[in-house]
Write a protein that binds this ligand. Structure first.
Ligand code: PLP
Length: 397
């Protein structure tokens, strides 16, 4: 028997998507010992207290399966956090599902809700997981590009994208990679379109605590008209600088929660108990924790943005998240992918080509994403290396 039938290995729904750019760029960073500003993970660990609480819980147990919906203590902490920061009432028993990070939450939502033939609207540039997971769930991604250069919501194009088959729109707020924070008017427009087309909104709010310049994060659950039609996803990865722990959740109405729990039970069933225990405590940290997180990131944001601007890149100062988008054309480059593939060797810095976040690559070809979730000394080193590269006429050293 040949294995001809299995030649591609990967199923046809996922085949068009290829290997994640994060894997490719992190591998190049490692190969060239480059400062890795590509994949969005901190090069420091979150609070020792959280790690200590997890270590204690590991020793004390329980170390067996937890309830599939999540431990009561974490579900209550998520509900309390929604009340505290967003003034939204959440019933921890019927409205919260704990997942293995936002990643599994997104998979559980799409697999639990999307029927073959359903359309799901994605606002580009969009996080790379949405389209493949919608496709694998049998749905069709419908892409709507934000308007460049300022990533504005295109009201008419968005209205045109809604139709009888629209199941949901995904709203990543603050948005990776472009750092956009949606305004109250934009949220109201999305709400009115969802109401008139009876569509759901999947909110990816993992950067909810990284919103700068006095702006405030508004969860979809607090937007008039959206409380019953939203599934809000977040996780502890970014807020507590522990991306490897994968503790996340979905908050939604009891009816939508049922759908999420249905698929979640067949995906991971549950999330490690000791990590849930530790993060339940962390969510209740005082305002000073959240305030310091934001001011640290604000400082890093300014440090990287100022340096990149003075090197001659076009800058989009992010309103939220821990990513900055630069326009590479002022430095004479036209192809983000080519530049990002060359940069680890030529400059000793790794970044992400932003065109991979668009369905039509040409749209983001002049944009590159760098992350600033790094120690100040790491950012300084990246800046020094980029400055030297610029001084060499942007050639290898
Ligand atoms: C927009 C967005 N959603 C989801 C995730 C994944 O979150 P988690 O690590 O909690 O699975 C990320 C991680 O980078 C992200 O940027």
């Amino acid at each position: 028997m040949t294995l001809e039938r299995h030649r591609h290995g990967v199923c046809s729904a996922l085949l068009p998507f290829g290997t994640s750019i994060f894997t490719e760029m992190s591998a190049l960073a490692q190969k060239w010992d480059a400062v890795n500003l590509s994949q969005g993970f901190p090069d420091f660990d979150g609070p020792l207290l959280i790690r200590q609480a997890a270590a204690d819980a590991l020793l004390k147990g329980p170390n067996q399966y937890t309830p599939s919906m999540g431990t009561a203590v974490l579900r209550k902490a998520v509900a309390a956090k929604m009340k505290r920061f967003q003034n939204v009432e959440v019933d921890p028993d019927t409205m919260v599902t704990v997942t293995a990070g936002a990643t599994e939450a997104l998979a559980a939502v799409f697999l639990g809700l999307v029927e073959p033939g359903d359309e799901v609207i994605l606002l580009e540039p969009s996080y790379d997981l949405y389209a493949p997971m919608v496709a694998r769930a049998g749905g069709t991604p419908v892409h709507v590009g934000l308007e460049l250069p300022h990533f504005e919501l295109p009201a008419q194009a968005l209205a045109d994208a809604f139709g009888p088959r629209t199941k949901a729109i995904v709203l990543n707020n603050p948005q990776n990679p472009c750092g956009k924070v949606y305004s109250a008017e934009e949220l109201a427009l999305i709400a009115s379109l969802c109401e008139s087309h009876d569509a759901l909104v999947v909110g990816d709010e993992v950067y909810e605590h990284l919103v700068y310049d006095g702006r405030a994060h508004t969860t979809l659950l607090a937007v008039p008209g959206l409380s019953e039609r939203s599934l809000v996803i977040s996780s502890t990865a970014k807020t507590f600088s522990m991306t490897g722990w994968k503790v996340g959740w979905v908050v939604a109405s009891p009816a939508l929660t049922e759908a999420v729990r249905m698929s979640h039970q067949f995906l991971t069933f549950c999330t490690p108990g000791p990590l849930q225990e530790a993060m339940a405590g962390a969510l209740g940290y005082a305002d000073t924790y959240y305030g310091e997180l934001l001011s640290d990131y604000d400082r890093k944001r300014r440090m990287l943005c100022d340096a990149l601007a003075s090197l001659g890149f076009g800058i989009q100062v992010p309103q939220g998240s821990y990513f900055v988008t630069v326009d590479i054309r002022p430095l004479g480059f036209e192809d983000d992918l080519a530049l990002c593939r060359a940069l680890p060797a030529s400059a000793g810095v790794a970044a992400i080509p932003e065109s991979v976040f668009w369905s039509q690559r040409r749209q983001g070809r002049h944009l590159v994403r760098l992350c600033f979730c790094k120690k100040d000394e790491t950012l300084s080193q990246a800046i020094e290396r980029l400055t030297a590269w610029r001084a060499r006429g942007m050639k290898g050293g």
